[in-house]
Structures are given as structure tokens and as C-alpha cells.
Design a protein around this ligand. Structure first.
Ligand SMILES: [Zn+2]
Length: 316
């Protein structure tokens, strides 16, 4: 159940790491899988996550082919491409609701996009928009599991005061954007519903999978009706931007362990090695379909501090 649209190519800049060549190895997968094409999201839905000023700003920047910040370019077609990418996340969530799994292979990515501005290659927060759509349809408990190597600061910001969406992020620290400390746990009614698990540069499969297991244990306690995975593959050992050392076996194992949830929607975030990205998506699908062997590498992470803070809210 892949969601893909070819017009992503219209948002591209060859000198920038987030360009259309990221998808150049996806051909075989797209030929083999059932591929669904998204519709652009409505402005009304975008407004449940972003300000009107941000939407108007994006439209103007796109028209001018200008940069939103030092990292984030726009082309003439970027605004419409962003609406399609967000529509892709919504469609993946709908497919997961109906069939158990959906995977939005879309770009530009979304998890750094803040309510009022674009940031870090992201224009609209695709996964947050999909959450808002599912909540509007009557779901009450969602989990966003962000496994991109960077902290999903935009998604965290959108749901920081909300108990409906439990946001859990595993990410490298220190690294861009610098947020995602374990002490950031949410506010007001949302206190406890933000979970950050920062991990050091050089993190390998064993340490990562221990942290991932902790994340799944916490996610399960929220009894989510749907788990949305912000799936970044910039955690791969050969990714040019991230400092983690994850292998393809780790991605398959993450997919396999996600089988404990009945409905899982994946939305692509980062991943800047086109070969690791394509292989990573294949491994994830292999795992979630129950086709991979159990993988438990020796070793582990030092998560005492994370567990100590999480225990205020969860069994951890
Ligand atoms: Zn990333």
C-alpha cells in the first residue's frame, strides 16, 4: 500500500540534499507494489495545523522561487507539491485504517515544519496534518513515532499541549535542530504526551533497538487507534547527514516489532542516500509484513535518565 505521486519532481534543486534524486532507486518497488495517488489537502485542513499567514507566505515564496530559511528552498511548484505530500500522508493514514498499513513515499518532508513557518527542508507538516484529519474523523488516541535521525520539532510543537496525540521521537543529539531533550515532556493537558529519546552520534542497531522497544512499550500504553511513523532513513550507516550507524536488518526489525499495532501508517521524512532510502523502505515493508527473522543484536543503550523521567507518566 504505497502512496506516491510523480509531481514531487517539480519540487527539486540538484545542489540541495533534499532533491528528487532521493527517489531514483524506488523504481522496482513502485512497479511491484500497489501504488495509490494522493489528492492535495484542502486549505481548511492545513489550517488545523498551520496559520493562515504561513499558507499565504508559502504561496508567495513559491511564486517567487525564494528560500523560506537558510535550508529550505521553494520552486514555482513547491506549494502545490507540499499540498500533495500532505495529502499523501492523509491517504496513507486512511489506507492503514482500512487495511492495516500504508506508506506515503512523498516529499518534501514535513516534521520540522512549524505551525507558523517552514523549516529544515519542510514546508507543511504532513504527519501532523494526517493526525488532524484522523482526529476530525473521530479518532481519540494517536501515536506519532518519529524515527528520523533529526528531532521532529514541528510535530512536537503542534501537539505539545494535546493528550490526543502521543508524540515519541528517537533522534541523534547533538544534531539539528537542537531540540528534543528528554525533559521536554509536554505542557498543560499534554504533559507526559511528548516523549523524547535522544541518542548519541554513532548509535548502532543494538542500542537503537533497545530505545525503540522502550518507545513501543510507551506507545502501547496509550492504546492508539492508529500509529503514524515519521519514517526517516537518515539514520542509515551510509547517510550523508546523520551520524547513526543503522543497518537494513535494523529497519526490518523495526517493521517486525511494529506488528504489535494493528494499524500503522508510515510517512517518509528524511533519508539522503537514495540507495539506503530505497533499501530501507523495502526492509520496513518486509518487516511489517512478517517476512523478516527476529533480530536481537547484543549490547544496549544507556537509558536510565530517559526511563527515570518517563516513569512520571508511563511504565518505563
Ligand atoms: Zn532528518
Amino acid at each position: 500500500m504505497i502512496v506516491y505521486f510523480r509531481e514531487h519532481e517539480l519540487h527539486s534543486m540538484s545542489s540541495h540534499p533534499e532533491n528528487a534524486r532521493r527517489f531514483e532507486r524506488l523504481g522496482t518497488l513502485l512497479q511491484r507494489e500497489e501504488v495509490h495517488t494522493p489528492e492535495p489537502v484542502s486549505e481548511e485542513l492545513v489550517l488545523r495545523v498551520h496559520t493562515r499567514r504561513h499558507i499565504e507566505n508559502l504561496r508567495a515564496l513559491s511564486e517567487a522561487e525564494a528560500w523560506a530559511d537558510a535550508d529550505t528552498y521553494l520552486t514555482k511548484h513547491s506549494f502545490t507539491t507540499a499540498l500533495l505530500a500532505a495529502g499523501g500522508a492523509v491517504l496513507a493514514a486512511e489506507l492503514a485504517t482500512k487495511h492495516g498499513c500504508g506508506f506515503a513515499l512523498v516529499r518534501p518532508p514535513g516534521h520540522h515544519a512549524m505551525p507558523e513557518r517552514a523549516m529544515g527542508f519542510c514546508l507543511l507538516n504532513n504527519v501532523a496534518i494526517a493526525c488532524r484529519q484522523m482526529l476530525a474523523r473521530g479518532m481519540k488516541r494517536l501515536v506519532v513515532l518519529d524515527v528520523d535521525v533529526h528531532h521532529g520539532n514541528g510535530t512536537q510543537e503542534v501537539f505539545y499541549t494535546s493528550p490526543e496525540v502521543l508524540f515519541i521521537s528517537l533522534h541523534q543529539h547533538p544534531l539539528y535542530p537542537g531540540t528534543g531533550m528528554v525533559e521536554e515532556t509536554g505542557e498543560g493537558e499534554g504533559e507526559g504526551y511528548t516523549v523524547n529519546i535522544p541518542l548519541p552520534p554513532g548509535t548502532e542497531d543494538a542500542e537503537y533497538l533497545e530505545a525503540f522497544e522502550l518507545a513501543l512499550d510507551v506507545a502501547e500504553q496509550h492504546s492508539p487507534e492508529l500509529v503514524l511513523v515519521s519514517a526517516g532513513y537518515d539514520t542509515a550507516v551510509d547517510d550523508p547527514l546523520g551520524g547513526f550507524m543503522l543497518t537494513q536488518r535494523c529497519y526490518a526489525e523495526m517493521g517486525r516489532r511494529l506488528r504489535r499495532f494493528s494499524k500503522v501508517a508510515f510517512c517518509l521524512e528524511g533519508g539522503y542516500s537514495s540507495s539506503a532510502l530505497a533499501a530501507g523502505v523495502e526492509s520496513t515493508l518486509h518487516g511489517i509484513r512478517g517476512l523478516s527473522e527476529e533480530y536481537e543484536p547484543a549490547g544496549g543503550a544507556r537509558l536510565e535518565e530517559v526511563r527515570r523521567i518517563l516513569r512520571r507518566y508511563w511504565n518505563a
